[in-house]
Design a protein around this ligand. Sequence first.
Ligand SMILES: [Zn+2]
Length: 382
Amino acid sequence: MRCTSPATKLAVLFLAAAAPVACDAQTRPGQGREPTLPAPSITEYKPQSTLVVPEHAVPRAKFPVVDLHGHPPTLNSREAIEAVIASMDELNIQVMVQARPSSGDRLTSQIEAVRDAGYADRFVFFASLDFNRVGPGSGARIAAQLEADVAAGAVGIGEIGKGFGLSNQKADGSRLAMDDPELDIVWETAARLGIPVFVHTADPPEFFEPLDYSNERWLEMALFENRRFNDPARFPAFDDLMAERNRMIAKHPNTTWILAHMGWHTHDLATLGRLFDQHPNVHAEVGAVLYDLGRQPRFARAFFEKYRDRIFFGKDSFQPDEYPYYWRVFETADEYFDYYRDYHAFWKLYGMDLPDDVLRAMYYGNALRVIPRMPVAGFPAR
Ligand SMILES: [Zn+2]
């Protein structure tokens, strides 16, 4: 602790243990002053960085990529398919997983359209599950639909949305718990079919916290009412959802789990590391958490190196101009650059400068190993 006012030094010596921050606000010159001009609002203040450092734009990924968390438009026409392919080619995305909910006809019509358009080696499809009004017998019904969808060509389950755990209700009106025994047959069917389960649980932990001026996501929560899960009368707590998800995982050690958004643990990667250590069948995907990875480039790099076999690339929303931010964070050592959404993060990003073997594993190696029947055309021979 450094306090500049000698008059307070003695008092500080005695008070330091009890109130270590007391001197900061009160005695540092200028600290705690009110602006002498009207202060801008949170949306008005846009400071422009004057820092001049090397910059490396990365419009195209260094290696071919599997986007595990693809949300392109419905791929049911040649026009829709070719528009997505044009962006994939520019970005070096070799294969996109269609993770928008689809099952039955909605799934098979897309699989057929992609095949008819000649792009069967550029898209793979995950099947969605119908968690509507789960009751006795629902598990067997969902598992049967899953078998049919996999027979039609699906190679995974997902994306299971955040409603699973947060808000999906059973037939009796109670909340459907993720570890509800009725669903055990579904996860066991996935294990038997050898397909991964791609699941999004909860949302960033800040969304479950009070919306006050110390909340890191104040602006986003203020902008989007549907991102507030901080009413305990309506939603389970973040930690309770994580514990429930972990019980579901622990019950099914032969099922391959892929946690969307790195399980919303990027603010505390050590917690995700413990989950990886406890469960070798758990993996994670990096969509929409770049704001957290890019503010801890050294710790995140060490984590990605240690758990290189567990991490998949995924983007979530399909905005082609946003992918290069991911390439830049993963591939360069650039410093203090902007993120693409100011309401996600008020801070700047830094490059993780990942080694090539870690990039290869995240970009395509892990996906080719874990997802069955993946097209291999376009990827380096292994
Ligand atoms: Zn998603």
